[in-house]
Design a protein around this ligand. Structure first.
Ligand SMILES: [Zn+2]
Length: 360
């Protein structure tokens, strides 16, 4: 159909018709088959001048070819994940990603944004308020999703069981997101109370499994020599106590602290990323490690073997690791030790987003 996006402009576009165009026309109606040419007069009369010129420049094949869909964003017309990803990044930069253009599918509000979906939408508000957490999602800071989320998490810190709080929040957000997709693609609107009940049930199942894992972990830890696994959370300011004679030793010490933190959080499958190539290579069994880190390498491997079911060490280029560097310099200058398990601090958020765009 001529009203579809078939013009090869900078991005696929539907041609603009002038006058009262007949929307039932097909592209083939504008092709003079016997002469294998565009019906230029019809094209110029039917479409705006700019689009008519684009159409007239499209070469027509001599022998008949079946219509097929092509991917506009690669030179060979074949879709590739890379090109899709690049397009998504470009759309995100232009604020187009996730915007269907027809407003919120749950309430019909013209605003279709993440913050609307999770906080402002009457559907979401009903989900939050009917939940055992009884949150009025709109009284939280709603200027951006991350601010809203931060405030939500901060409230959870006063809650007796923070894991319980976070699990419920995560499943409620997921429930809202699934309802939005259902409304958008299946055209059916779920009942907010039903969505809430499903989310709360899933959170309870998760918490049950989590508790089992935790007690399993305690048993595992109890079986091991206490020297290896006993770790005291650093008291405020004590991170400044990590001192080393060289950068790579410091990196090794930091990694070992990371291993212990992962253990403390109860993680079983872990990937450690770092930009100290010598250290990552040594841990991955590539080449011989420097003498001054040999013991630390051995130590880290011992811990990992005894604590995790699956673990690996991955080298990440320095320029893709600016978050770590920012954290290191903050930690160094302030000497204050903080852990952010659920959400990062706001001052780090932009950097994380930028880095996410940099690494695939
Ligand atoms: Zn809505």
């Amino acid at each position: 159909m001529v009203s579809e996006k078939w013009l090869p402009k900078s991005e696929p576009a539907a041609p603009v018709c002038i006058g009262n165009g007949d929307r039932g026309l097909k592209v083939s109606d504008f092709i003079d088959r016997p002469n294998n040419a565009w019906k230029s007069e019809e094209v110029l009369n039917y479409f705006c001048e700019e689009d008519a010129n684009v159409i007239l420049q499209i070469p027509l094949p001599i022998s008949p070819v079946k219509d097929k869909r092509v991917w506009h964003f690669t030179t060979n017309g074949e879709y590739s994940v890379k090109s899709g990803y690049e397009l998504a990044l470009m759309m995100k930069r232009n604020g187009l990603l996730g915007v269907g253009g027809s407003g919120c599918p749950l309430c019909g509000d013209p605003e279709e944004s993440v913050i609307h979906l999770v906080a402002k939408c009457p559907f979401a508000r009903a989900v939050w308020f009917s939940s055992p957490l009884q949150i009025d999602s709109q009284v939280l800071e709603c200027s951006s999703f991350i601010r809203w989320w931060s405030e939500l998490m901060q409230r959870g810190q006063g809650f007796q069981d923070a894991v319980h709080w976070r699990a419920n929040i995560a499943y409620l957000v997921w429930g809202i997101w699934k309802s939005r997709n259902q409304a958008m693609f299946d055209h059916c609107r779920a009942d907010p109370v039903w969505v809430m009940q499903q989310a709360v049930r899933s959170a309870a199942e998760f918490l049950e499994a989590y508790k089992e894992e935790e007690s399993e972990m305690e048993i595992l830890c109890a079986d091991r020599p206490s020297k290896q696994v006993q770790w005291q959370a650093p008291t405020s300011g004590s991170c400044g106590g990590l001192r080393a004679r060289s950068a790579i030793v410091m990196e090794s010490l930091a990694l070992r602290a990371g291993v212990l933190l992962a253990m403390e959080r109860g993680f079983r499958r872990v990937i450690f990323e770092g930009d100290a190539k010598g250290l990552i290579d040594a841990l991955s069994g590539r080449g011989t490690s420097r003498e001054d880190i040999q013991l630390l390498v051995w130590d880290i491997l011992q811990l990992c073997n005894s604590l995790f079911t699956d673990f690996s060490f991955v080298f990440v280029g320095r320029k893709c690791n600016s978050v770590a560097h920012e954290l290191a310099s903050k930690g160094y200058s302030s000497g204050i030790c903080s852990n952010w398990i659920a959400i990062p601090p706001l001052w780090l958020w932009d950097l994380i987003c930028r880095e996410k765009g940099c690494c695939t």
